[in-house]
Design a protein around this ligand. Structure first.
Ligand SMILES: C[S@@+](CC[C@H](N)C(=O)[O-])C[C@H]1O[C@@H](n2cnc3c(N)ncnc32)[C@H](O)[C@@H]1O
Ligand code: SF4
Length: 438
């Protein structure tokens, strides 16, 4: 087992008071060790349960203090060396010092706590995959202000950009592209015109999008096309005046899923973890157990990530999505994959939607909202009276709120699953199946 005794002192946090010894009892969702000093709770970033550490208070509050870890006196049996050399500074990951299994049990405990008011003894099924090399999309920050180029991510302790040599959660191909980009941008005129860079990997290959803050010459663009050819990546340019629709609409991306091919624009939402997306969609199909009698409403449907697998199994599917360009992509995806039993509607689900879903005979609803949840649309769902609601959530607190409401209106929780879409980070995704009470 790899162990270490690090000295973690994030920059720009000023300790106050002496170095003191703490015994760590718990772990927060954001990977802060929980200790008590004379009864008062102290959160120590980077400390793990059962550890004895020395730390220095950085912030005092009425109910709790915050402290910075100085030294680990007695390490946890579950502490490991982070696989990323930037872990102490980079804000991208928070759990790399904890074994994978304990990351999952810590997330499970946290999720159970978040859902305590809606669970009644159900076990949390666990969906997970590899804990590194899983990110197929990343936004790379560019800092060229001080004359030297930094490519990386925002820091843990400040908003400054941490210069990254290698990011181990990116897919292998994206790590290679990032490495090559770093070398090619060093001393290159393009560096001073860059706002940020978007890396993407899908079934079509790797792509790089340069978001510009100022225009660049045609000669410079051409030289980068040569680099792109050598690296076998597709290049997209977004000049300051260009909207998303202007970014190479003729050069859509695509990914394969469930025997289907889904096209999307390089700036459209797609699930970041491809392997987990496959598992998540498969689990959703399994849980919904569709027949050719089912009519399914897929809310917040994007480019049809769930809608088309649903259309394979159900009588018909209606997808709803706010972004018109994604609705257009979803329609094209249905057409290209030969479905005539799926339709898509562009609508903002936080506002009253004129469409009469009830008339369509919807039997089941799948919803996959952004972090804010779907509270505004719940009454419409309830009026439709689906027998089952499958809720995919990236925010357990809005899920808990929405599920509580659905339970109060006659549904019960059948199954829940923690989906570890973003290992090494504190993010937790959840799938919940609710059933209408008889
Ligand atoms: C978490 S993504 C899920 C997309 C899709 N289900 C998937 O798996 O790829 C949420 C989607 O909801 C859409 N969205 C966000 N706010 C919305 C709103 N108010 N009304 C309808 N769709 C919205 C976003 O554009 C995005 O495509
Ligand atoms: S996001 Fe990447 S660079 Fe940052 S800590 Fe995680 S693996 Fe390292």
């Amino acid at each position: 087992m790899r162990r270490r005794t690090p000295s973690r002192r994030p920059a720009k946090v000023q300790p106050i008071g002496p170095v003191q010894t703490f015994h760590v009892e718990g772990l927060t969702h954001e990977a802060k060790g929980v200790a008590r000093l004379q009864g008062k709770v102290t959160f120590i970033a980077g400390a793990l349960p059962s550890e004895t550490v020395s730390a220095q208070i950085t912030k005092t509050g009425r109910h709790f203090d915050e402290a910075v870890l100085v030294n680990i006196i007695e390490p946890s049996a579950y502490r490991i060396d982070p696989s990323c050399q930037h872990f102490n500074e980079c804000g991208g990951c928070s759990f790399q010092h904890l074994m994978d299994e304990q990351q999952l049990s810590s997330k499970t405990d946290w999720l159970k706590g978040q859902l305590r008011n809606v669970l009644s003894g159900q076990d949390l099924a666990l969906l997970s995959d590899t804990s590194t090399k899983y990110r197929r999309r990343a936004r790379i920050a560019v800092d060229n202000k001080k004359g030297s180029l930094s490519l990386g991510f925002r820091g843990k302790a400040s908003k400054d950009i941490v210069s990254i040599k290698q990011c181990v959660v990116l897919t292998t191909s994206l790590q290679e592209t990032f490495h090559s980009l770093k070398l090619a941008l060093s001393g290159n005129d393009l560096a001073s015109a860059l706002g940020h860079i978007e890396l993407l990997e899908d079934t079509k290959g790797v792509s790089v999008l340069f978001r510009l803050t100022s225009t660049v010459s045609e000669a410079l663009e051409s030289s980068w096309q040569v680099w792109a050819q050598q690296e076998e990546v597709s290049l997209y340019w977004q000049a300051p005046s260009m909207s998303k629709a202007d970014v190479a609409p003729e050069n859509m991306r695509y990914y394969d899923l469930d025997g289907l091919r889904l096209s999307y624009h390089p700036q459209d939402f797609i699930q970041v973890n491809a392997a987990m997306n496959q598992k998540m969609v498969a689990q959703a199909m399994d849980w919904l157990n569709l027949t050719d009698q089912d009519v399914v409403l897929d809310l917040f449907c994007g480019v049809g990530n769930f809608s088309l697998p649903l259309a394979k199994r159900a009588q018909s599917v209606i997808g709803v999505e706010v972004q018109e360009t994604m609705v257009a992509a979803a329609k094209e995806n249905a057409h290209q994959n030969g479905f005539d039993n799926v339709s898509f509607i562009a609508a903002d689900l936080t506002q009253p939607v004129a469409h009469q879903f009830k008339k369509e005979g919807v039997t089941k609803v799948l919803l996959d909202p952004p972090r804010a949840g779907a509270f505004e649309f719940l009454d419409t769902i309830i009026k439709i009276k689906p027998t089952q609601i499958l809720y995919v959530s990236c925010n357990a607190s809005t899920l808990a709120r929405d599920a509580e409401y659905l339970i109060a209106k006659g549904y019960r929780v059948l199954r829940v699953s923690l989906m570890d879409m973003f290992p090494q980070t504190s993010h937790v995704e959840t799938m919940m199946l609710l059933q209408k009470k008889k």
